[in-house]
Design a protein around this ligand. Sequence first.
Ligand code: ATP
Ligand code: MG
Length: 719
Amino acid sequence: MLQQVNGHSSVSDAQGGESFREDLQEFLSGEAPLHQLDDLTKVNPVTLETVLRCLQARYMADTFYTNAGCTLVALNPFKPVPQLYSPELMREYHAAPQPQKLKPHIFTVGEQTYRNVKSLIEPVNQSIIVSGESGAGKTWTSRCLMKFYAVVAASPTSWDSHKIAERIEQRILNSNPVMEAFGNACTLRNNNSSRFGKFIQLQLNSAQQMTGAAVQTYLLEKTRVACQASSERNFHIFYQMCKGASADERLQWHLPKGAAFSWLPNSERTLEEDCFEVTREAMLHLGIETPTQNNVFKVLAGLLHLGNIRFADSEDEAQPCQLMDDAKCEGSVRTSALLLLLPEDPLLETLRIRTIRAGRQQQVFRKPCSRAECDTRRDCLAKLVYSRLFDWLVSVINSSICADPSSWSTFIGLLDVYGFESFPHNSLEQLCINYANEKLQQHFVAHYLRAQQEEYTVEGLEWSFVNYQDNQTCLDLIEGSPLSICSLINEECRLNRPSSAAQLQTRIESALAGRPCLGHNKLSREPSFIVVHYAGPVRYHTAGLVEKNKDPIPPELTRLLQQSQDPVLKVLFPTDPEEKSQEEQGQSRAPVLTVVSKFKASLEQLLQVLHRTTPHYIRCIKPNGQGQAQTFLREEVLSQLEACGLVETIHISAAGFPIRVSHQNFVERYELLRRLRPRTSPGPCSLSLDEGRSGERGPSVSHLFNHSLLSTCAGPSQG
Ligand code: ATP
Ligand code: MG
């Protein structure tokens, strides 16, 4: 019984006795049908099975959002539901006196977040952390929330300022199609999968109008530009160009209709996302003029031709590899050089010959590369150009949408990051992604669960403490110092010694022996290690881990690109006079940061920002892997519920006291009851009132309500 009472959605201080009475009546009327349970804390008992049944019932009734205490669960409808995201509905949530009394929705979260910024005496920045596995709907949700704020936080409608306001809101929204065109791709799990993490900070002025935004991205999957798994595709932008370019542009970019590019697999499939016009239009809105756009697309076309270059094995090791014996391949070198505005011979030479500096005099030696090495250098060139282009785009977007620091005071951050991943083969990418998820989980635990329990202690409330899973030991294993998985992989990079996958496994196992979250690897034939994450154990393969972490870029490639006359490449690869003179004097360059080190630093920065905000959580769930509407696969949902620790979250929310009223308000609202009920014995209600009055030590916030208090308070409403 207590559980049900506690399960009512949180009621803020500002609400009157009316809402309490409504809560109470609902409670007294008995259990609602499963699909009508708006909050998973109301299922009884809270188990994976009951939660699953409730979500299934709601999904089949076309109800996609459900509260789970402090978290909102969002089921992907996999079908258009326009009425669920209409501007009218946005306004309804915005205008509602108590949006949390409306049906659970991302707009409730959006609106509460928005009100939190302004309603507090001291404005506090807010963040909404959207998580879930690939295809669950994170990007969709973030996009909808951005649209919501573009409507509710729009500037006033005076004609002139409205124009400016519209421009900034529209410009912020326009960053989405551009970033998705360059950073999303069709994968096995999602036709529009984000291949990077994103944190967008929506900046608000003191009148709570959106004056700008800033975007931060994380870990773009740049390998995709040169290597796509079968049935997957390259980044959308390449297909958009090839399908949407005009006849003139085709000529300029050497993209004849039907041309075959090896880095453009599955191009016969046309997706909704393949809309070049939308991307170009959005780029224009962001201030990227047509000539600059054309330069960008010319460079991308150059990369596509680069991908068609094929090398043949060399019979003589002392001689550079030849191009594959066909005219097409030579044509690819020529066209690629032409589009990238690079001299043709140095391009080919850089791909085929490595220069090594050695000895005291830093003499330069030239060593022909093997065929595999040539391929690697070609791919590396493409990855280097594409990742710098992506970073440049983000910086252009930021300079277009970022408000002047004096024109905003608070922000709402939206985090759309990859969820926890566990595949048959996991490598450095999954290690970074799961590391990020561990950090976010810790943030969640620290912020919500721990804060709640500590508050009860301070308030002196009787409370049986829930054992939450503290994942610090797992984080120590991954990132701790002096010894952790990250430090060991970094050490291998620093020592630069030849080391096999098996040796790396042994080093990790012996250096970190006894760590509780390091699993044993008895059955796997491939060298690997297991990390027991909060969401489950994941086996990481050690082959290629060190090399991926180094992410080496041969300096010759950068030097080559610095020779380009192309205006875009000139911006992406500026010549650094200091670096050049250092090189000429044979001085070694500054040590390059490893992938893990860079990722760790950007993650720490993100968490610093998040720690300064009040977080809100949306957990997106994919009801099935096929993207089908009205299909709820229990097994698939179950593993996602486990991965995000939802049941633990519900337990703590359900066992807690979600109805919180300040003592002052409580006294004002319910003092009447004391008069109605003669005080024969000191019941909890009167006791609480008196304690507050007399100034004795007692809760400053009344975390309501135990059963006897409810019976006491139910009296008047029942007449
Ligand atoms: P990834 O991690 O791969 O980027 P994601 O979690 O960002 O995945 P989305 O791209 O947001 O997933 O969603 C996948 C697809 O699901 C969308 O392209 C869309 O077709 C559908 N979808 C998601 N949410 C909704 C929704 N609320 N209404 C209708 N369709 C949706
Ligand atoms: Mg996404």
